[in-house]
Design a protein around this ligand. Structure first.
Ligand code: FES
Ligand code: FES
Length: 165
């Protein structure tokens, strides 16, 4: 197929690449850019493991084509931490034991980050609704909800304590 040239800013770096029209954004991120923290957990667009931010809003990157990201800004889980420091939300996931196998975690964190941007102090119900599009097979969601609440409340410890976790 004829390829198109796109320019996308991913995790603060600008990339210009030739892509085929049918290449999914998630494939572009993983296969072309090596951003393998963004996962593929289904082929039915319902697991949320592929969640990234597009111009600051969460999207499932398996539901759009790379060409649709042309001229836009994408943040992946790999771009969330700054200067090697986990965000309070990432620390909260660690401290609240909000992950077991970890497969859902990058998507959960990206979705939660977007939720907290829109609603810095969500209720438990709002968190559950906000994460409805992200599936976790392991945790039963309780600790994930607790982690998002802890991040919202600012009750995580300083990042130096968990830098290696
Ligand atoms: Fe499952 Fe995108 S890979 S929703
Ligand atoms: Fe295993 Fe969520 S921790 S799927």
């Amino acid at each position: 197929a004829r390829s198109t040239t796109i320019t996308v800013e991913v995790d603060d770096v600008s990339y210009t690449d030739d892509v085929e029209p049918r290449l999914l954004l998630v494939q572009y991120l993983r296969e072309r850019l090596g951003k393998t923290g963004t996962l593929i957990g289904c082929d039915t667009t319902n697991c949320g493991a592929c969640t990234v931010h597009l111009d600051g809003t969460s999207v499932k990157s398996c539901t759009m084509f790379a060409v649709q990201a042309d001229g836009r800004r994408v943040t992946t889980i790999e771009g969330l931490a700054r200067d090697g420091k986990l965000t309070p939300l990432q620390r909260a996931f660690h401290e609240c034991h909000a992950l077991q196998c970890g497969f859902c975690t990058p998507g959960m964190i990206m979705q939660s980050a977007s939720l907290l941007q829109e609603n810095p102090h969500p209720s438990e119900q709002e968190i559950r609704e906000g994460l409805e599009g992200n599936l976790c097979r392991c945790t039963g969601y309780q600790n994930i909800v607790a982690a998002v609440q802890a991040a919202a409340d600012g009750t995580t410890t300083s990042d130096s304590a968990t830098e290696n976790g």
